[in-house]
Design a protein around this ligand. Structure first.
Ligand code: ATP
Length: 239
């Protein structure tokens, strides 16, 4: 059986004033897929994610999520519709505790028992956060803050999770841990678009990948095919 398309992007263009950061890209993500978006610094990956999550408005193109255009969707409805982003730099609330941060992710929910269950589930995925649930998030290590940011996104019960550079600034052992959780969340049925500098790890984790270069998609293929593509290897995989 062919899973339905969750997100379809056509001819997307995004500019900052006169600077064209995204120059007409097409993307398609089917339900249950884990898709990687890789490319050099400044290629337009973060801009793409910010546009998909409603933080930036495109100047051309269409974004169709769950069969509907997002053009007129108010920003606060994105999360309610299951579209959640874990931003680069994590965007956690440093003066709130770990648990208060997690609860911010459930801001639009009122099902208290289910919220509590989801908190417990996050603590099962990240035992470290359970140990530190009362600690101010600003005092956590970078890896723990990444866990908080992912946990908070989980509390919104996402259907599509947009992850921006989850490995950024983290020690290799923590990166492995974070990616283990990404695989677990994916296995539980959450569809994901993963932006990563660590292209090799991203492609090894994802089913499919897009390569972005100067605002355009230059390769779109299965992870396997991208990992064995000589041009991709040479430019992005350090081979
Ligand atoms: P990185 O990995 O560094 O985040 P990226 O692939 O995510 O890179 P973007 O951050 O999307 O790339 O940047 C794409 C282009 O848009 C770059 O040329 C960048 O300089 C420019 N840009 C990004 N943010 C802004 C902004 N707020 N104002 C002006 N130009 C911006």
């Amino acid at each position: 059986s062919n899973p339905p398309t969750l997100l379809e992007v056509k001819g997307l263009q995004v500019a900052y004033g006169g600077i064209q950061a995204v120059r007409g890209i097409d993307l398609e993500i089917k339900q249950g897929e884990l898709v990687a978006l890789i490319g050099a610094n400044g290629a337009g990956k973060t801009t793409t994610l910010k546009t998909l999550s409603g933080m930036l408005k495109p100047n051309a193109g269409t974004i169709t999520y769950q069969g509907e255009s997002t053009a007129r969707l108010p920003v606060h409805h994105y999360v309610q519709r299951g579209l959640a982003m874990v931003p680069e730099g994590r965007g956690i609330f440093g003066r709130l505790t770990v648990e208060e941060n997690l609860l911010m992710g459930a801001y639009y929910r009122s099902d208290k028992d289910e919220i509590q269950k989801d908190i417990e589930r996050v603590y099962t995925l990240f035992p470290r956060l359970k140990e530190r649930y009362k600690q101010l998030a600003g005092t956590l290590s970078g890896g723990e803050q990444q866990m908080v940011a992912m946990g908070r996104a989980m509390l919104s019960r996402p259907k599509l999770l947009l992850l921006d550079e989850p490995s950024m600034g983290l020690a290799p052992i923590i990166v492995q841990k974070i990616f283990e959780i990404i695989r677990t969340i994916a296995a539980e049925g959450v569809t994901m678009l993963l932006v990563e500098q660590n292209a090799k790890l991203a492609l090894k984790t994802a089913n499919r990948g897009y390569v972005m270069e100067s605002g355009r998609i230059t390769f779109a293929d299965s992870s396997e095919a991208l990992l064995s593509n000589e041009k991709v290897q040479h430019a992005y995989l350090g081979d």
